[in-house]
Write a protein that binds this ligand. Structure first.
Ligand SMILES: Cc1ncc(COP(=O)(O)O)c(C=O)c1O
Length: 385
């Protein structure tokens, strides 16, 4: 049995590798605290759970769903976008539900790349922006995100031949893994670049609802001209504590949304309609506001502890992650390995998010306060020692 060359080209998926390590340690009796994966530990809000219970009792939701999504869900996305971002969307042509942002990112590669086409992807960045193009026989070209530029890609530094072959450009603010919020003027510059090179901009808005210190994250679609050149992927996973539910949508440019939908009808059969109705109730209720205070408190706890042991860390204004430099003399992998061995705490090695992630590690704030406090104490011991 021989797997395809295409799947052989993929690096092991970062989180699958982390899960394996955690299993190994637990089997050896270690009390592991995983700060690896960004998976909210707090329950999904009651309006969503209650709406699901009602919808699931209705046999009308039990058959194949429509791949275009229930009108109630498309309308709920449209009114949420209007209220939250002041962006008008046509629920008929500009919104299609997706089984999470991950599915949506991956399928966009199949919908828009032919062999040899380029997808421009941030480095460091969410791994599917680079793995997805490879599986579509395309080529990811990395745009370095560095602290000196506020983690904004330098579009002028993209080689002319790469820009000419580019079909997709992935962006994500607030940003995983760096925690950076949108650098000023970036969206406007991206619209110009996309017009010049005929590129579809894909803004992954997975973290717009998890922000701190009063910062309010914008939608890409608020930018003049954005809808002509781009789409946004809006996920309920992080903002509504709904990672298990697989609920997101692609919104924006009607032609791009239609191309995604045409592809998707050949790949999956849509989202369980009871889940769609529950997601609509979630959008109507809005994201649980208390999460901002919870993550902000955890962020401060971790940043204070890291600073106290000499780690130079900038508290992020968004996402659920802390991005910090590893101590001198370590690679990100050797350092995370050491911390796991010494303290049973799982960190994500920055190098797994791309070459420019090397030299950093990522901490996820999605464990309960007591466990996070315990992890921080252990880190103090192991990092200071
Ligand atoms: C930037 C980014 N996009 C997408 C996802 C996946 O989101 P979803 O659960 O909606 O598939 C994640 C999850 O960590 C992420 O960090």
């Amino acid at each position: 049995m021989k797997p395809s060359n295409r799947s052989e080209r993929l690096p092991p998926y970062l989180f699958a590798e982390l899960e394996r390590k955690v299993r190994e340690k637990k089997a050896a009796g270690v009390d592991v605290i995983s700060l690896g994966i960004g998976d909210p530990d707090t329950p999904t809000p009651a309006p969503v759970v209650d709406a699901l219970a009602r919808a699931v009792a209705d046999a009308g939701t039990h058959q194949y769903p429509s791949n275009r999504g229930r009108p109630e869900l498309r309308e709920a996305f449209a009114s949420f976008y209007e209220r939250r971002f002041g962006v008008a969307l046509d629920p008929e042509t500009e919104i299609i539900p997706a089984l999470g942002a991950k599915e949506c990112v991956f399928n966009l590669n199949l919908a828009f790349l032919d062999a040899g086409d380029v997808a421009l992807a941030a480095d460091p960045g969410y791994p599917v922006y680079t793995g997805g193009p490879l599986l579509a026989d395309g080529e990811p070209v990395l745009m370095p995100l560095v602290p000196e530029r506020g983690f904004a890609p330098d579009l002028d530094a993209i080689a002319a031949e790469d820009a000419a072959r580019a079909r997709l450009l992935y962006l994500n603010y607030p940003n995983n893994p760096t925690g950076a919020v949108l650098p000023e003027g970036l969206f406007e510059r991206v619209v110009e670049f996309a017009r010049e090179h005929d590129v579809l901009v894909v803004h992954d808005a997975s973290y717009t609802e998890t922000t701190f210190d009063g910062y309010v994250a914008p939608s890409f679609l608020e930018t003049p001209g954005a809808k002509e050149v781009g789409v946004e992927i809006f996920s309920l996973s992080k903002g509504w504590n709904m990672t298990g539910w697989r609920t997101a949508a692609i919104v924006g440019n009607a032609d791009a949304v239609a191309a995604y939908w045409r592809l998707k009808t050949n790949i999956d059969s849509g989202m369980f309609e009871a889940v769609q109705l529950a997601a609509a109730a979630g959008l109507d209720a809005g994201p649980p506001e208390e999460m901002k205070a919870i993550y902000q408190r955890r962020r401060d706890l971790v940043c204070d502890a890291l600073r106290a042991i000499g780690v130079n860390v900038t508290p992020p204004k968004g996402t659920i992650y802390i991005w910090a430099p590893v101590p001198e003399g370590h690679t990100s992998a050797s350092y995370c390995e050491l911390v796991l061995e010494e303290s049973g705490v799982v960190l994500s090695p920055g190098g797994a998010y791309g070459p420019n992630g090397e030299g950093f590690f990522r901490i996820s704030l999605t464990v309960p306060d007591e466990r996070l406090g315990e992890a921080v104490e252990r880190l103090r011991g192991s990092l200071a020692g």
